[in-house]
Design a protein around this ligand. Sequence first.
Ligand code: G6P
Ligand code: MG
Length: 219
Amino acid sequence: MQGVLFDLDGVITDTAKFHFKAWSRLAKEKLGVVLPASFESDLKGISRIDSMNRILKFAKMADKYSAAEVDAMAQYKNDLYLKEIGKLTQADILPGIENLLDELAANKVKLSVASASKNAPFILEKLGLRQQFDAIADPAKVAHGKPAPDIFLEAAAKINADPTQCVGIEDAKAGVQAIKAAGAIAVGVGNPSDLAEADTVVSSTEELTYSVLALAFQK
Ligand code: G6P
Ligand code: MG
């Protein structure tokens, strides 16, 4: 195992609730609609602009706004979201993750972040984890979002690792599909029925240890 490629939201920290809060406020204030609770999980792993377009479609306003207006709304959502994630601290790291990062570093495994979020460097800084990672793939530099493999390929390239020699960790179905498409071993965190395509599924981040990842890799 040369490297581990980490999704961020839902694996390192739980930001889905902050995304949902910000999207809900935008939808209510600018579009006059209330988002159903299902949007919190439906938007996991979906890029900012794709999320915006899904919300416009839900509001039946897909063709109502110009590209510039849509961008401005997505920017407004991000301003709301930044206020929320500005409050993150080390206490918001999901259980087991700090231990896992230490174990991987002790075993000389390179660590790379493969998140769709343009806010990943800021979030890692707030969590006090920025220095633990060898690289962060930039989602602005990849052509296709998850389930396409692009961000995982970029994350592996940034640590000079062969994707087939890496384990990817994801909490979203589209993310697991992206890991598999990149040729890496997929470890899913969450419900096995949602993440059936993963090579190994654990129910919580607490179960993510070096030996679980090494076993998944050898499978
Ligand atoms: C992650 C989240 C998505 C979010 C995306 C882009 O994948 O799960 O909900 O839309 O990142 O995040 P950003 O911080 O760039 O708006
Ligand atoms: Mg995620």
